[in-house]
Each structure stands twice: as structure tokens, then as C-alpha cells.
Ligand binder design. Structure first.
Ligand code: SME
Length: 167
């Protein structure tokens, strides 16, 4: 199955449908992670981390294996860099990036998209791919749009108690 403009459009429609369905924020975020993993063959592992007390705490994820990195200090790893800067990080070759915290031997490339609310990073979407340079400008635009759509639901954190926002 190849990814086309329709796949990205379909992904955004799916997020809209999930939001319009209403209900619990945790269920929505879990469903968004599953949708990303299941619709995009290059997205080998997908997770959402929540900013909590200067750390990133792992919430919902989908992939072949659990990661040992369930808490990452802001500033560490590719995930921590994206949280610190508020900018998307795209790593075409994880083995060439000294910041990379290895999770899975199969991972070749990674994208981390911060989820911001009123200028504050509250969470991030992390996608690992088993293919090198798997994330192009369409993936970046698409995932940044998904991050915007889910940002209000990330404010309340995850059921592990992840809370990032002090108004
Ligand atoms: N590779 C990430 C750590 C998280 S795992 O990929 C799930 C990093 O360098 O921050």
C-alpha cells in the first residue's frame, strides 16, 4: 500500500471523526495513535509523550514492542530536543544522530512533533520508522496538523497523571 495525498487527507478526516465522536480524551488519543500506526505503513512505532514535571511521560503507543524510554527528561534525546525547542525534529538516520536514544534495533529514522497549546509544549507525537529517511515534508505537515487537532485533548494529560498545563 503506497501513501498518497488521499492517505494524508483520509488521516485528517479520521482524526476529525474521532474528535466529533466525543467521549474521553484518553480514548481519543489512543485511537489517534492506532490510526496513525495502522494507516501509514512507514510508521512502525507511534507514541504520544506528555510533558510532566520537566519530563516526557509516555502515554498511548502502538508498535511491535514496548519502549524502555517511558520517561525522558526534556532536553535529552530527539524527543527531549523537540520538547525543549518546540520545533519538529526529523532524523533521517538515527544512527548518525548523537542525540538519539535507542529504543528498537530496527529503527532507522524518526520524527518528533511537539503538541503545543497557547505557545506551550504540552505533549509530542513520536514516530519511529524501520525505513531510513521515512519522513518527508508531507509527513511533517500532516503530523503537525494532527498535533494541532489533538492539542486540547493533550492538556489534561494521560491517565498516568500527566499534567503539563498550569494556566
Ligand atoms: N528515540 C527517542 C526515544 C523514544 S523511542 O524512539 C520510542 C529519542 O531519541 O528521544
Amino acid at each position: 500500500m503506497s501513501v498518497t495525498a488521499d492517505t494524508y487527507r483520509g488521516g485528517l478526516d479520521a482524526v476529525d471523526r474521532l474528535i466529533n465522536r466525543g467521549g474521553d480524551a484518553d480514548d481519543l488519543l489512543r485511537a489517534v495513535v492506532e490510526m496513525l500506526h495502522d494507516r501509514f505503513p512507514r510508521y512502525s512505532w507511534v507514541g504520544i509523550y506528555f510533558v510532566e514535571d520537566g519530563e516526557l511521560a509516555l502515554g498511548p503507543w502502538k508498535g511491535p514492542q514496548a519502549t524502555e524510554h517511558v520517561r525522558i527528561p526534556v532536553g535529552q534525546g530527539v524527543c527531549g530536543a523537540a520538547a525543549a525547542s518546540g520545533q519538529t525534529e526529523v532524523v533521517d538516520d538515527v544512527n548518525a544522530d548523537p542525540r538519539y536514544l535507542a529504543c528498537f534495533a530496527s529503527t532507522r529514522s524518526e520524527i518528533v512533533v511537539p503538541v503545543t497549546y497557547e505557545g506551550r509544549v504540552v505533549a509530542e507525537i513520536d514516530v519511529d520508522s524501520d525505513q531510513p529517511a521515512a519522513f518527508g515534508s508531507e509527513d511533517r505537515r500532516f503530523l503537525e496538523r494532527v498535533a494541532t487537532l489533538i492539542s486540547p485533548y493533550c492538556l489534561v494529560g494521560w491517565d498516568t497523571g500527566g499534567e503539563a498545563w498550569d494556566p
